[in-house]
Every structure is written in structure tokens, then in C-alpha cells.
Design a protein around this ligand. Structure first.
Ligand code: GLY
Ligand code: MN
Ligand code: MN
Length: 469
């Protein structure tokens, strides 16, 4: 559903300082012998540098003439008294173009129509005191070049003055084209960016443009590495749903199902959830983004689980609705079958050239023409208060212009739902769709969708632990 804003790891800038009792942790020092693999930080492994270089080249091509400036994410201070962000998540655009997790970094791209382009990465120098507490970080040097494919890596303390110098001359690409910054980010309000944008350092004003839009249109078409990550995120998510089904029985709490689901995500290598898991039973299945997950299920409940593992910076987004007692009532089954058929009508229509708006119309039209008297004479599409689809990728509601016709390599969800609070149940079925040359591949097809298959899967003996591939 297209209701959430993009996930943005926010927080406060941080400094490391020594704490009382520091010596207790000094034992770990000898173990920090310089490996920077933590930078890679994921069973997904690094993004191949040639892939990163291709993304940067595509962005430079789009910009034509101009200077683009990106900042990495800001570390949060989770403990409150010292800055330890054990789950630091890099800014998506920064990660997309560099493949590294690097708080305090800058990426500058200089696009020239009539000369060589430049890519400069600025990294904070390594800090041995901080590394005692939180492990090795990437600093300027050959390791950064090896991971990113960027030859020109400089210390971050030089970034502001060098960027000012780059923008000052009348023939700067930023003045001949545009200065591209991520205007939606908090950092764009900082003194440095405000000075660049508002303080005239020359009589010729800079044209300032949104970098977010430019990167978003690139991120809309997933490359091979992104598709591989998404396949794995979805495979893990499918196993998570199956684990929740195995744990289901009347009387189980929603959070116990959440634990089965998310425990499986982590066990199979997901870094985190792509968004808060929705485990809604009974009346809670009618609350679109219910994520409290506190209720105790009762016999006859439907349970709606909408969850997605994040793997290698890519998030799945899969919903299934199932009967906690193992069998749908005839009424639940009738609504379920209608939602499923509407989903099928939309999925069957996915092909290059069609738009998300048109798919939405197709699903709604299906509901309008097949509701019969299921919704009391009204069309059941009245009970679907959300959109059918959204882009999916590094963000669960991924970036990109929704007017863009579908093209091979795009990934979207198809997720019709009917919610009937008066009857204390809702049904949503959501799958992950990769647009191909000829139509669609349902990446989440391994998770049963037909009502009878869901019932069968729920009645199956607990499956042994397995590994998603
Ligand atoms: N999981 C949120 C959504 O489907 O949009
Ligand atoms: Mn969704
Ligand atoms: Mn969802």
C-alpha cells in the first residue's frame, strides 16, 4: 500500500568519547586487527565495483553538465549517552552509488559535456579510539578504492572547502548546468548547503535541482545485482511466512507469530525487516498497517501477515491471510477467492508499457464485475481503501515516478485487499512482481496463494529448518 513515507535512518551527529570503565572492553582490542569486512556487513556480500561504476556512469550521463553532492546517513545515538549505532543503515542513494556504509562521508560527481567526468569520495579518517568501541571503519585509502571502484578518495575534512572551490568559477559545471543536491534530506538544511544555495558567491546564481529524482529514475530499473538481492530477500520472506504458519493455532499471540517470522528472517541472513511486520488477527486484520502485534488469536480468526525481510539493502513485501484454525469459513473463503482472482487479473496484465494506474483500474474493475452480493449489493472495491501497487526495492515503498510505464527490470507489488471491520476480518494478498520482456515473474510464487493450498500448508507437519536460496 502506498501509505508510508520512505524509511530514512535519522538521528543526531555523533562524537565518540571515552567512557568510565573503558578498560573492561580493552580486551577486545587485539581482535580488531584491521579487517574491514564489517563494512561489507552482510551475507549479501559487496556490490561488485563494476556494477557501482555503471550506476555512477548512468547518473553522470543523466546529469549532462552539473555537480552532484550526496551525503551518507547520519549515525543515530541509540544508547543516548554514547554514539553506538549497532544497526547503522546507509542512505539508499549513497549505498546505491558506492556500496559502502560510511557515516560522515561525501560523494561528489562532476558531469561535463565537454570534458572528463569526475567522481570523488570523501571519507572521515579512521579513529582508533572509536574503533576500540565499535570496530574498524573504512578510511581514505586503497581499501575504499577496492570496494567502491572510486580512484579518487580524499579525507572528509577537505570536502567543504573543495566543493566551494569547485562551484566558484564561472565555468564550473555547476554554473553551466546545475548543482544537484538531495533537497529532501535534513542535511540539505545545514549551514553548508544553505550557504551554497542561498549565499551568492558570484553574480551568476546556481541552478539547484533535485538529485533524488535523478537517482530515483535510475533505481526504478533494477540491475542484475539488485534483482539477485531481491530474489534472496523474497526467498527468506517466504520461509518466514511458512514459519509463522507452522506456529499458528488458536490462542497463539500475534507477537509469537511475529517472532517465528522475524526469527526466520535473521536465521537466514536478513539484516532487518524492511518495515514493521504486520501481524493482525481478527479485527486487527482490517487495520491496514497494524503493527502492535499484541492480540491473542481466537478460534475462527483470520490472520493477515504483511512482512518483508531486508537482505543486502533490498526489501521484500509479501502478504498472506490465513485461518488460524486451519480452515476458512465459507464466508471468509468467498472473500478470499475474490481478492485472489482480482490479484490474478492484475498480475496477468503486467507487461512492459502498462502503467500502475491501469493495473489498479483492472483490479478494481474485476472486483466491480465479480462482487455479486458478497458485499451487500455494493461493489467490494468500496472496501479496498488503498492502492494496488507500489515500487519495491531498497525502500519498501521505493522511489520512482509512478507515471513511468512498466519496463523490464522494474519490481512492484500487486496487493488487492478487502477489509470488513463489521465482520472482524480483512483479506490482503500481496506478491512481488518482476517485470520481464514478455510479462511478469512472480518472485514470491513459492508461497502458496490458493485457499486450499494455504489450508494444506497450515495442516502440514512442521517442516525441518531449511535454508533459503
Ligand atoms: N507493507 C506495506 C505495504 O504493503 O505497503
Ligand atoms: Mn506493499
Ligand atoms: Mn505489504
Amino acid at each position: 500500500m502506498s501509505l508510508l513515507g520512505p524509511k530514512s535512518p535519522g538521528g543526531h551527529p555523533s562524537r565518540v568519547r571515552a567512557l568510565p570503565g573503558a578498560s573492561a572492553c580493552a580486551l577486545a582490542l587485539s581482535l580488531l586487527a584491521g579487517s574491514l569486512e564489517a563494512q561489507v556487513g552482510s551475507p549479501a556480500g559487496p556490490v561488485p565495483p563494476r556494477r557501482l561504476a555503471a550506476r555512477r556512469a548512468a547518473l553522470l550521463e543523466r546529469l549532462g553538465t552539473g555537480v552532484a553532492i550526496l551525503r551518507s546517513a547520519v549515525e543515530r545515538s541509540i544508547e543516548g549517552d554514547y554514539p553506538q549505532d549497532s544497526d547503522y543503515r546507509e542512505d539508499n542513494d549513497f549505498f546505491y552509488l558506492t556500496g559502502i556504509e560510511a557515516p560522515g562521508a561525501w560523494l561528489v560527481l562532476v558531469a561535463r559535456e565537454d570534458g572528463p567526468d569526475e567522481v570523488i569520495l570523501y571519507l572521515p579518517p579512521r579513529d582508533t579510539l572509536a574503533e576500540r568501541w565499535t570496530g574498524p571503519k573504512l578510511g581514505p585509502g586503497p581499501e575504499a578504492t577496492r570496494l567502491t571502484g572510486i580512484e579518487d578518495v580524499r579525507p572528509a575534512e577537505q570536502a567543504e572547502s573543495e566543493i566551494r572551490a569547485l562551484l566558484r568559477p564561472a565555468d564550473s559545471p555547476a554554473r553551466r548546468g546545475a548543482l544537484y543536491i538531495e533537497r529532501g534530506r535534513e542535511e540539505a538544511q545545514s549551514g553548508f548547503f544553505r550557504d551554497l544555495v542561498f549565499t551568492p558567491s558570484s553574480t551568476r546564481p546556481l541552478r539547484v535541482d533535485d538529485l533524488e529524482y535523478q537517482v530515483a529514475q535510475l533505481r526504478l530499473i533494477k540491475d542484475e545485482d539488485e534483482i539477485a538481492r531481491m530474489r534472496r530477500a523474497v526467498a527468506i520472506t517466504v520461509e518466514g511466512h511458512r514459519a509463522a504458519w507452522r506456529a499458528a493455532r488458536p490462542g497463539v499471540h500475534e507477537y509469537e507469530l511475529e517472532a517465528a517470522l522475524e526469527g526466520t528472517f535473521r536465521r537466514l541472513g536478513a539484516e532487518r525487516v524492511g518495515y514493521p511486520s504486520i501481524v493482525g488477527s481478527g479485527i486487527n486484520s482490517t487495520i491496514l498497517h497494524y503493527d502492535k502485534n499484541r492480540r491473542k488469536t481466537e478460534p475462527g480468526d483470520l490472520v493477515l501477515i504483511d512482512a518483508g525481510a531486508e537482505f543486502g539493502y533490498h526489501s521484500a513485501d509479501v502478504t498472506r491471510t490465513f485461518p488460524v484454525s486451519g480452515k476458512f469459513t465459507p464466508r471468509q473463503r468467498a472473500i478470499y477467492d475474490l481478492v485472489l482472482a482480482a490479484q490474478r487479473a492484475a498480475i496477468d496484465s503486467v507487461r512492459p508499457g502498462i502503467t500502475v494506474a491501469r493495473l489498479n483500474q483492472i483490479a478494481r474493475e474485476y472486483l466491480r464485475t465479480h462482487s455479486g452480493d458478497l458485499c451487500g449489493g455494493a461493489s467490494c472495491d468500496r472496501y479496498m481503501p488503498h492502492g494496488l501497487s507500489h515500487w519495491l526495492g531498497m525502500d519498501v515503498h521505493d522511489v520512482g515516478d509512478y507515471g513511468t510505464p512498466l519496463a523490464p527490470g522494474m519490481i512492484l507489488t500487486i496487493e488487492p485487499g478487502i477489509y470488513l471491520p463489521a465482520e472482524r476480518f480483512g483479506v490482503r494478498i500481496e506478491d512481488v512482481i518482476l517485470v520481464t520482456e514478455r510479462g511478469a515473474e512472480v518472485l514470491s510464487a513459492a508461497l502458496p496463494r490458493e485457499a486450499a493450498e494455504v489450508e494444506r500448508a497450515m495442516g502440514a507437519a512442521p517442516a525441518p529448518a531449511r535454508t533459503a536460496r
